[in-house]
Design a protein around this ligand. Structure first.
Ligand SMILES: [Zn+2]
Length: 235
């Protein structure tokens, strides 16, 4: 369903930072824009035929927003009509994305459009319905998961998290569940280990789950053997 520009964790330079996208006509949905994502978007010509990009931000760790400012400036000056904003940024108000962009010299309303959202509230734009939900990640900054409805399909995108909400353990309502999964497994981990995911999700519903945000020691076959899917980068 969703495609991925990158599917790795912060330090997994080979797979790139995790960032999903979906295109409908001349519109593109992008989830997060980590440190190496702008480079990958440009190198892979991902904006060809795209007039407007809707960017959803889960949280402000660099592997999720590190190249957002570059991406917005590039879109403003070098993609489409010069000096006309063609990026809309959606995030929950306490993620403070406008403040972050301002430090980078970007003026929301001029270089991009910005929509501050409330959590647990559904918003509709263009081809998509979006709802942000607080997730459990780190104590320093707020982090959100995203529920998406596209073409009548319900998608859950965990963002960074170290657990799964109760209703996801038997996710009848969802068609696709994308979840932060890592090999690293230790007390206090701010991501969800494959071992923990296996404990939380019964084997009969695992085919709905797609592991993403993979660390370098993550073994794809190990997750697949357990019945989970693993995302691949796709342009
Ligand atoms: Zn994070």
């Amino acid at each position: 369903m969703l495609k991925f520009i990158g599917s790795g964790s912060a330090f997994n330079t080979k797979l790139g930072n995790t960032s999903a996208y979906y295109k409908v006509g001349n519109q593109m949905l992008l989830i997060d824009c980590g440190s190496n994502i702008f480079h990958r978007i440009k190198e892979n010509n991902l904006l060809e035929g795209i007039d407007h990009i809707h960017v959803l931000i889960t949280h402000t760790h660099a592997d999720h927003v590190g190249s957002l400012a570059d991406f917005i400036f590039y879109s403003y000056y070098s993609h489409g009509e010069m000096a006309k904003p063609n990026v809309s940024v959606y995030s929950v108000y306490d993620v403070k994305i406008e403040e972050l962009l301002a430090i980078n010299g970007i003026m929301p309303g001029v270089h991009c459009l910005s929509k501050k959202c409330q959590s647990d509230t559904q918003y509709t734009f263009n081809f998509c319905k979006v709802l942000f939900e607080r997730s459990s990640h780190v104590k320093e900054i707020p982090s959100y998961s995203i529920e998406l409805c596209i073409d009548d399909r319900l998608i859950y995108y965990s963002g960074d998290t170290n657990t799964l909400k109760e209703s996801l353990r038997n996710p009848m309502a969802y068609d696709y569940v994308y979840v932060d999964t890592c090999k690293a497994d230790y007390e206090g981990n701010v991501h969800l280990s494959l071992r923990k995911l296996s404990e939380l999700v019964n084997s009969d519903v695992r085919s709905k789950f797609w592991c993403m945000h993979l660390d370098e020691s993550f073994v794809r076959q190990e997750a697949e053997k357990l019945g989970f899917n693993v995302v691949t980068n796709e342009f």
